[in-house]
Write a protein that binds this ligand. Structure first.
Ligand code: NAI
Length: 380
């Protein structure tokens, strides 16, 4: 496999990258790496996903006008086997959010890992300590959490287990900077910082649906508050299956404040997975398949099938709330969790949580993060 061009500034000795999982995140992470001159070898257990790697990567890079530059970037991607990936300096696992599937993969990597291969997981929610216990070289293992959409989210969470070596953490931090991302080292807990902030926000949107607040109002309220996407669009963009798997992990950890909404369960049953399946809360148009990695692509109308599911699960008479009230309820769910994250010492300073929300979740910069916003709201 090619090594990173030595003329390119490199802050660490990570030279070549292996990615396991060529789904939404694996592909976006691959694009970020080739944009920054890192050669990437990618593997997926589903051959269908590998067949489309090049066309999807090309879509991810479609903003690059200079054809020569784009071709150079495209030449940095290679498809490989797990054994071949074992030769990479850094392997990023981005497979399905299920503990047992990740554990099985880690065991199958055992014969192929070099003593100095760093192995990271992009898990959104599963505690790193738990994953580290089933990884053959725990000192070399850490959480390295990119956020969706990778090209537009500056934050990367770095999560050590009790066994991760200091050298590995330093190299990961340097690597994040060389990708023009801001690394934030956070303590291990289900959901870390960003998904602990995000899940209550999404959960609140699902609760609002159940008391009869229309989808359109929820989305409008979030945009009026200053978010770039409403919570229903976020779920469609992430993928309802991933939201559900992550929600289960957080529900087990924090059952008193995370609900497994029947709306999500029914949407899953109907295979309404969001953008990646062409329909979720929104309808994504007939050409969704060719546009899964098109940054400019916009959703169409709200999905009437989901409107029906929501009606079936509605509790009581529909409540009428103003856009400001809806926006405040959504943001307060996030701010309350931010307070708990602070109390649990997941990060060392309050400012880091606000920063994570702004550069990780596009919380409006003008409101300076959920904790700062809540402090102003409650002092009125
Ligand atoms: P995805 O469903 O789009 O892709 C997962 C890929 O993994 C699929 O292509 C599947 O074929 C492959 N796969 C499954 N089992 C495998 C195995 N044993 N070996 C190799 N490949 C296997 O999922 P997505 O959204 O890319 O998520 C991947 C990881 O990233 C998850 O841990 C998720 O929690 C995390 N994540 C997801 C975000 C999102 O917005 N979707 C954001 C940040 C993290």
């Amino acid at each position: 496999m090619a090594r990173k061009n030595s003329a390119t500034p490199s802050f660490s000795h990570v030279q070549n990258i292996g990615i396991i999982g060529a789904g939404l995140m694996g592909l976006e992470i691959a694009a970020l790496n080739v944009r920054n001159s890192f050669p990437v070898m990618i593997y997926d257990s589903n051959p269908e996903m590998l067949k489309t790697v090049r066309s999807r990567l090309s879509m991810e890079l479609s903003d690059i006008e200079d054809e020569k530059v784009r071709d150079e970037m495209m030449s940095l991607i290679e498809i490989g086997t797990l054994e071949e990936l074992g030769d990479c300096d850094l392997i990023i696992e981005a497979i399905i959010e299920k503990m047992e599937v990740k554990a099985e993969l880690y065991q199958s990597m055992k014969p192929y890992l070099r003593a100095n291969t760093i192995f990271t997981t992009n898990t959104s929610t599963i505690p790193i300590e738990k994953l580290s216990k089933v990884f053959p070289l725990p000192k070399n293992f850490a959480g390295f959490h990119f956020l969706h959409p990778v090209w537009n989210r500056e934050l990367v969470e770095i999560i050590p287990s009790t066994q991760t070596s200091e050298g590995v953490l330093q190299r990961l931090s340097d690597y994040a900077i060389s990708l023009e991302k801001t690394p934030l080292c956070v303590c291990d807990c289900p959901g870390f910082v960003v998904n602990r902030l995000l899940q209550p926000y999404l959960n609140e949107a699902l609760s609002l649906l159940r008391i009869g607040v229309p989808m359109e109002q929820i989305e409008k309220a979030a945009l009026q508050f200053g978010m770039t996407w409403g919570p229903l669009r976020i779920m469609d963009e992430i993928g309802l299956d991933t939201v559900m798997h992550a929600g289960k992990v957080l529900y087990e950890a924090y059952p008193e404040r995370i609900e497994l909404s029947p709306i999500l369960v029914y949407m899953m049953k109907k295979k309404l997975l969001g953008r990646k399946s062409g329909a979720g809360f929104y309808l994504w148009g007939d050409d969704w398949r060719e546009n899964v990695h098109n940054h400019a692509y916009q959703p169409g109308d709200f999905n009437p099938q989901v409107e029906k599911i929501v009606r079936d699960w509605q509790e009581g008479e529909p409540q009428k709330l103003s856009l400001a009230e809806i926006g405040n309820r959504l943001a307060m769910a996030m701010a309350d969790e931010a307070q708990r994250i602070l109390e649990d010492d997941v990060v060392s300073e309050q400012g880091q949580i606000d920063m994570a929300a702004v550069i990780g979740l596009a919380f409006p910069e003008s409101k300076r993060g959920p904790l700062a916003w809540k402090a102003r709201e409650t002092s009125r």
